[in-house]
Design a protein around this ligand. Structure first.
Ligand code: FAD
Length: 477
């Protein structure tokens, strides 16, 4: 078993009381809200990180905040670990259960509670999927900005857990910038509310702390998020370059010029070929790197901003500039980009890294990434949110070959360390989970980590909520 997917030793006392715990949970929940048989538990054994599986003790599928509170109160009293879960699309192993844990899955809490245009907010139960928010508000001319590529499936609760981002976050920010309030159940069953429909809150920014806390500070049952009015128009434009260096330098210069497009997405040659073969989006195949730059506003505004961007791209020997001519073409361009992970999965097994670097280091990190992956005898495709400096090298390997898998993991670790070493960070949007837990020591000093763990323990003294994630297993205070 890979080092990366170790768990804390299961609590034997909990395992030995499984039948009694399941019987007690059955008293707290309607019969259809508790999964305990092997077949029913199977879909909850893993998430999107690896095909690694572990059967949890039971799965609770509550329908109300009161039921969430009852389950947490019980588990807290009897020292049963709890793994909160949305749709299980985490790419860092954040939702993988452990065998002594009850999975608390919010998928049945999927009602849109309110669309409040006067305050430009939507209030939702935690199991509402990301895309449904924008779909619900679209008829009134509004949308929810953070758009993970998994938005058809992933939930707002999971987005909050991971502080998720997406292609269109360059202009509007990631989840934390669009989250206004939550209803959350603490580990002992206490229900609290943080934030609201107002812009800021008095006192400590606990809402900011909860966003990205990977299910370790409490279980979010409701969220209030910001709605944004749809722009008059939006236009993605393709810029093809001979080399990744040229494309990377162009991104840096666009941002340095003060222009903030809605999105600047980057694909290297392997990624272009993989996505084009899948989506037939019309990406140029004779270039070494491609930028998808989207601008929005009135026609005149888009023309003016695009003129400036084309001028900057010209300074970096841009080879192809293709403006899309219709909404259908725009949708295809985005389909190609947003299907990148799935399309890659068609040709090889892969692990998706998620480091963030200062924009000025993009070209350097891309070059070093290629060298690192090659030194392990593997291949890489890069497709990522370049405007945010959020890189996603997809390292291709053969999952049936344990040595190949170990090499891919080692290459991934080297790349993430590189991101930290150039002044960046271990994660841009996928969270730490299990995957980057041990690398936290590379990012933080022992004192920094101890401070974070002290905060975590202030919410959950017994370390029952998602206990094997985020922090090195042997480093807990
Ligand atoms: C094909 C693909 C593409 C992706 N693209 C993107 C992308 O573009 N951008 C991006 O940011 N991510 C992306 N992801 C990763 C993933 O979709 C996000 O991390 C997403 O936010 C997870 O949501 P989920 O509902 O699946 O949560 P889960 O995977 O179930 O859980 C994620 C974390 O949140 C916690 N959690 C879940 N629900 C709650 C709750 N109600 N209260 C407290 N904690 C909770 C869990 O304990 C876990 O730590 C992608 C994944 C896939 C498979």
């Amino acid at each position: 078993m890979s080092e990366a997917i170790r768990f804390l030793a299961p609590r034997q006392d909990v395992l030995s009381r499984r039948a009694a715990i399941v019987a007690d949970l059955a008293d707290l929940l309607p019969i259809e809200c508790l999964v305990q048989d092997a077949r029913g538990l199977a879909p909850f054994e893993t998430d999107a990180f690896v095909s690694y599986r572990r059967v949890p003790l039971a799965v609770a599928l509550p329908e109300t905040t009161a039921q969430v509170a009852a389950v947490l109160k019980y588990c807290h009293r009897f020292n049963v670990p709890v793994v909160p879960r949305g749709a299980g699309t985490s790419l860092s192993g954040g939702a993988i259960p452990q065998e002594d844990a009850v999975v608390l899955c919010l998928s049945k809490m999927a009602r849109i509670l309110e669309l409040d245009y006067a305050n430009r907010t939507a209030t939702l139960q935690a199991g509402v999927t990301n895309l449904r928010i924008s779909e619900a508000a679209a008829i009134d001319g509004f949308f929810y900005a953070p758009d993970p590529s998994s938005q058809l499936a992933c939930t707002i609760g999971g987005n909050i857990g991971m502080n998720s981002g997406g292609a269109h976050c360059l202009k509007y920010g990631v989840t934390t910038n669009n989250l206004l309030g939550v209803k959350m159940v603490l580990v002992d069953g206490t229900v609290i509310e943080l934030g609201g429909k107002h812009l800021d809150a008095a006192g400590y920014d606990l809402l900011g702390l909860v966003c990205g806390s990977e299910g370790q500070l409490g279980v979010v049952t409701e969220a209030t998020v910001r709605l944004i009015a749809k722009p008059e128009g939006a236009r993605p434009v393709l810029f093809g370059f001979d080399t990744c260096e040229q494309a990377g330098a162009c991104v840096t210069d666009i941002i340095a010029s003060g222009i903030i497009p809605v999105a600047i997405e980057f694909m290297d040659k392997p990624a272009i070929e993989i996505c084009e073969a899948f989506a037939k989006a019309g990406y140029p195949l004779d270039v070494g790197a491609l930028l998808i730059v989207e601008v929005e506003g009135s026609e005149a505004e888009m023309d003016a901003v695009l003129d400036s961007i084309v001028e900057i791209a010209g300074r970096h020997a841009v080879k192809t500039v293709r403006q899309c001519q219709s909404p259908t073409e725009a949708a295809l361009i985005w389909k190609g980009r947003k299907s990148a992970f799935g399309a890659t999965g068609r040709i090889a097994d892969y692990i998706c890294m998620d480091g963030t670097v200062p924009l000025g280091k993009l070209s350097h990190v891309l070059n070093r990434t290629a060298e690192i992956v090659e030194s392990y005898g593997l291949r890489v495709a890069n497709v990522f949110h370049a405007g945010d400096g959020n890189m996603h090298p997809l390292i291709l390997f053969n999952a049936n070959d344990p040595e190949d898998a170990a090499r891919a993991e080692a290459a991934g670790n080297d790349i993430l360390k590189l991101c930290v070493d150039v002044g960046g960070c271990l994660t841009g949007e996928h969270g730490v989970g299990i995957e980057k837990r041990d690398l936290m020591r590379h990012q933080y000093s022992a004192i920094d980590l101890a401070q974070q763990m002290a905060v975590r323990a202030a919410f959950d003294e017994k370390w029952l909520l998602n206990p094997s994630k985020v922090f090195p297993l042997d480093g807990r205070t």
